[in-house]
Write a protein that binds this ligand. Structure first.
Ligand code: ATP
Length: 385
């Protein structure tokens, strides 16, 4: 049975603006511990007379020691430019980057004590696994170096792989070696740019979970760039959502899901449709927007359940603001499977929404027929337009 809805149970953080939702602002003093970025901008010169391009636009954020922060955003949103600027690989047009309160901008890349891991880690093909990992440990006594190589191979789940030729590794194993190589010198900050993007989905999911475990076990401070929201949410303590060079939002995965704050962030996380008060009223759901004038009701993935049978008495009633709402009859536009469950596309307020098909014993559902959809109010959020 779905619990009675109270507006605050699904839509917290009233009145959060885009700017107010980032956890630090340009005026916040740099943190005494860990990475602090203030008002950082990266501007690329325009090619052949074109206007310069602001790839990172006045971004401020902190990564306290031992925390993992993921930057999430669509292609071209400026994530890599920000990461590269922190690494020292890109000039900054404005702003500051500090570690433990010390300015690192004048410090050359290789002296920052930051480690880097990219999508294609580019192992040296002529060195074995141990040789690749030891590469960053020059200057360490031989025996200690060998011990550290063994240690990080254990950490990434490849014990005893030191003698293997890197050309014989699978894609997943190769990226584990790349991670081991990045971790070996114990960087004070690890910068990871789409480290799993070249892998297939199943491997990506497994490695994302492993990566989080490894980074947390090592106490690694990390900035992690990805366009994959599941990856960001599984790896990071906090997730920053970027669009057009700006940091729209920075929060814990849980808080982002319960309160995305604004329409662009909600859309990027996969919420939809986003209903204004009129559309919500036509569907009988306007109670969820009570006291939130001008804002939108955002439906999270899985918010809708569809019942094919005419008699949907078996389905749970939805209680919105003390009223029991009947289901809504809508036409089916598409049928399919997702994550092993039958899902259907339904037309809702001019948008196609996905509903999970309830196992109500009905005949197979076809495009064009009508079904009843019910909303789980706990899977909604109220966001600024
Ligand atoms: N060296 C460069 N010179 C000029 N423009 C660049 C350069 N690098 C990136 N850009 C532009 O800056 C913007 C931000 O790019 P960036 O690579 O930082 O985004 P991103 O979010 O990491 O995207 P992706 O996920 O595709 O890598 C894009 O419009 C891109 O075309």
């Amino acid at each position: 049975m779905i619990q009675p809805h109270t507006p605050d149970s699904t839509a917290r953080g009233r009145g959060r603006g885009l700017e107010a939702s980032a956890s630090v602002t340009a005026d916040t003093p740099p943190a005494e511990s860990g990475l602090s970025v203030r008002n950082l901008s990266v501007v690329y010169p325009g090619a052949r007379g074109a206007a310069p391009l602001t790839a990172v636009d006045a971004v401020s954020l902190d990564v306290p020691r031992g925390q993992v922060l993921a930057l999430l955003g669509a292609s071209g949103s400026g994530k890599s430019s920000l990461l590269r600027a922190v690494a020292g690989l890109e000039d900054i047009a404005d702003g500051t980057v500090t570690w433990d309160g010390d300015d690192v901008v004048p410090v050359p890349v290789h002296r920052r004590g930051f480690g880097l891991m990219f999508q294609d880690g580019q192992l040296f093909p002529f060195r074995d696994v141990a040789g690749n990992i030891a590469y960053g440990l020059a200057g360490m006594p031989r025996a200690e170096r060998a011990r550290r190589v063994e240690e990080v191979l254990d950490v990434v789940g490849l014990p005893g792989y030191g003698d293997r030729a890197v050309t014989t590794l699978s894609g997943g194993q190769a990226q584990r070696v790349v991670l081991a190589r990045a971790l070996a010198p114990r960087p004070r900050l690890l910068l990871l740019d789409e480290p799993l993007s070249a892998l297939d989905r199943a491997l990506r999911e497994q490695l994302a979970t492993d990566l989080r475990r490894i980074l947390k076990a090592q106490g690694t401070t990390a900035l992690y760039v990805t366009h994959d929201q599941d990856e960001a949410m599984s790896v990071a303590d906090r997730v920053g959502v970027m669009a057009s060079g700006r940091l729209l939002r920075l929060d814990t995965p849980e808080q982002l899901w319960t309160d995305p704050g604004s329409a662009p962030v909600a859309r990027f996380l996969g919420f939809g449709p986003l209903l204004d008060v009129d559309a919500a009223a036509r569907l009988g759901w306007s109670g969820l927007l009570e006291g939130r004038p001008g804002e939108l009701l955002a439906l999270a993935p899985g918010a809708l359940t569809a019942y094919a049978a005419d008699d949907v008495g078996a389905g749970a009633d939805v209680v919105i603001s003390g009223r029991t709402e009947a289901g809504v009859r809508v036409p089916v536009s598409a049928v399919g499977m997702r994550g092993g469950r039958r899902v259907i596309g339904v037309e809702l307020a001019g948008e196609t929404a996905t509903a999970v098909l309830a196992d109500d014993g009905a005949e197979p559902v076809r495009a064009g027929q009508e079904v009843t959809v019910r909303l789980d109010p706990r899977r909604t959020a109220v966001v600024q337009a």
